[in-house]
Design a binder for this molecule. Structure first.
Ligand code: PMP
Length: 429
């Protein structure tokens, strides 16, 4: 595996970019070594600047669910580009994407587009506070909801990768209304609700992806619904990552969670910067210009981004890949477990829809604490050997791997061989 060009770019990048990156996980901090610079991608494969190609399970951290360079999406984007980049006025595309999204989420009468998942969630929190006239938020340890001040506590992968409990520069006052509970632990939620009558909402990744893939138990979801009803708090389903990954809608719906406000991102922009939050009519009535909760954006609903989102979701609906995703994820789980057994490596595999993870631990992973029992050194060895074998997964133990509709039998065969070799390397540590 050649890395000369990546090394050169990394060195060059360090001069004017912080850590040569624009998002920390790309710096490979937890796996060590020189970050790989990418150049192009086609369908299931991505190519770096040294012309190594990899089967891509990063998929831009989720958005590229149709694989790279989908022809229909490219055509839609090119058509939009020809018409103009941004107008600062409403366009038909926004209405079209809003309909597709609202149709996919029964709890959403109206939606507001923003430019990232971070914006979607911080706006949703403001909305929950506006609607309930309460201040506190219950958040789960290990769930990431973007990098806004109030949510950068116990926030999963990015911080865990850098061994940071939270972020410097966040005032104590900004997090004083953020109460932390344990994922899959109802009692920890109930306790906060018992102790405070100032809780506006419980925010949750219905399937967590930012401590690695962690699936909630049925009892936990049922209990959350009950608690939310009993204490009259809203549930915010942060579907930025999980949305459209297990069916054409939200994971919360499959799990039976009663979501009041839903946050989206990633897939709905098909690789362009789009986020969204939506809810039933009575809640969305609070948002300006209809109501007194202010939220705005110069580039929100950008016509090119809307075109990418419309084309991505339309193609996704047609392809209906979800049964296939489950089968492929099960296949990859088998590859992981088989190779781990053969080479005597301790591994736990979690998956949901098109999200999957191998944790290097023998513990069942149900929350951030159990996720953190993983051996990150073993993960780093596994990660690098996979890369050498032409398979790219996120460079962090606590990030979900994603599937796209373009994965082929050949890709899976290569993945199986790579996993076997990588587990062998781990066993030699
Ligand atoms: N919520 C969740 C569940 C996420 O996974 C992410 C990003 N990984 C965000 C919010 C923030 O999204 P963005 O990076 O687009 O700001």
């Amino acid at each position: 595996m050649k890395t000369n060009q990546s090394k050169k770019l990394y060195k060059k990048g360090l001069k004017h970019l912080v850590g040569a990156v624009n998002s920390p996980v790309r710096a490979f901090s937890s796996v060590g070594g020189n970050p790989i610079f990418m150049e192009s991608a086609h369908k299931s494969r991505i190519q770096d600047v040294d012309h190594n190609t990899y089967v891509d399970y990063v998929l831009s951290y989720g958005p590229m669910i149709l694989g790279h360079g989908n022809k229909k999406v490219i055509k839609a984007v090119k058509t939009a580009v020809d018409k103009g980049f941004s107008f600062g006025a409403s366009t038909a595309g926004e209405i079209e994407l809003a309909k597709i999204v609202c149709d996919a989420f029964p709890e959403m009468d109206k939606v507001r587009f923003v430019n990232s998942g971070t914006e979607a969630v911080l706006s949703a929190i403001r909305l929950a506070r506006a609607f309930t006239e309460k201040d506190e938020i219950i958040k789960f340890s290990g769930c990431y909801h973007g990098h806004s001040d109030a949510l950068l506590v116990a926030a999963g992968s990015g911080l865990a990768t850098l061994s940071m409990p939270g972020s410097k520069g966040v005032p104590k006052d900004a997090v004083k209304n953020t109460l932390i509970a344990k994922y899959n632990d109802l009692e920890s939620v109930a306790q906060h609700l018992e102790e405070s009558d100032n809780v506006a909402a419980i925010i949750i990744e219905p399937v967590a992806g930012n401590m690695g893939t962690v699936v909630p138990s049925k009892a936990f979801i049922k209990g959350l619904n009950k608690l939310a009803r009993k204490y009259q708090v809203l549930i915010i389903a942060d579907e930025v990552m999980a949305g459209f990954r297990s069916h054409f809608g939200g994971a919360y719906e499959l799990l039976g969670l009663h979501a009041d406000i839903i946050c989206l991102g990633k897939v709905i922009g098909g690789g362009m910067p789009v986020g969204a939050y939506g809810a039933r009519e009575e809640i969305m009535q609070m948002v300006a210009p209809l109501g007194g909760m202010y939220q705005a954006g110069t580039l929100s609903g950008n016509p090119i981004a809307m075109a990418a989102g419309i084309a991505t979701l339309s193609e996704l609906k047609k392809a209906n890949p979800y049964e296939g995703f489950n089968e492929t994820a099960a296949q990859i789980e088998n590859m992981l477990l088989k190779a781990a057994k053969k080479h005597h490596v301790k591994v736990t595999v979690n998956r949901f829809g098109s999200m999957i993870n191998a944790f290097f631990t023998e513990q069942t992973v149900v929350d951030f604490e159990t996720a953190q029992s993983s051996n990150v050194k073993e993960f780093a060895t596994f990660f690098w050997e996979l890369l050498r074998q032409g398979v790219s997964i996120p460079p962090a133990q606590f990030e979900a791997w994603f599937l796209s509709t373009t994965l082929t039998k050949k890709d899976l065969k290569q993945t199986a061989l790579a996993i076997d070799k990588a587990m062998e390397k781990v066993s030699e540590m």
